[in-house]
Design a protein around this ligand. Structure first.
Ligand SMILES: [Zn+2]
Length: 165
């Protein structure tokens, strides 16, 4: 899962933005290939309070208008659905994203927690125990306190981890 717009933010600044009305949204678009029309969700965008979504959503809206509308029967229907969603500022998925972020890192909305794309997902590194995605977390206690590890996103159910050099 990719989240755009969190670069350089800490858990504190994310929490502050959320309190001020920031939200995570996805936009919709549809593409028709020959006669098959498929609905696609966009990447997830974090929209700060007061930040407009038009510039982001216009690309998806145009893609639907150019590539999606002519596939029958669903092209026009999905295109209109995409237009409505995008004009309303995207589909709000803040609760889902926050649940996901809390699941992969309990530190994320705590003071000093880290939020950036690199911290959220490591596509290249898979859990040695279960093959899931891993996240970066510092050890809080014990002899390795402060040292960073790749930790399975399903921690604590899965204990897979790899120390970072
Ligand atoms: Zn695992």
């Amino acid at each position: 899962m990719e989240i755009i717009g969190l670069e350089g933010m800490t858990g504190e600044s994310l929490q502050m933005e959320l309190n001020r009305g920031g939200k995570f949204v996805i936009f919709k678009y549809c593409i028709s290939i020959i006669i098959v029309t498929s609905k696609q969700p966009s990447d997830i965008y974090f929209i700060k309070s007061g930040q407009g979504t038009f510039k982001i959503s216009i690309g998806y809206t145009l893609a639907s208008l150019l590539l999606g509308w002519w596939g029958l029967p669903w092209g026009p229907i999905y295109t209109i659905e995409s237009l409505i969603t995008n004009c309303r500022g995207g589909k709000n998925v803040t609760n889902e994203v926050l649940a996901y972020l809390r699941n992969i890192s309990e530190d994320i909305t705590q003071p000093g927690g880290f939020v950036d794309r690199g911290q959220i997902m490591h596509v290249d590194i898979k859990c040695p125990k279960c093959g899931s995605e891993m996240v970066v977390r510092p050890a809080k206690k014990g002899p390795n306190a402060g040292r960073k590890f790749y930790v399975c996103m399903y921690y604590p159910e899965c204990k897979g981890k790899i120390p970072i050099e």
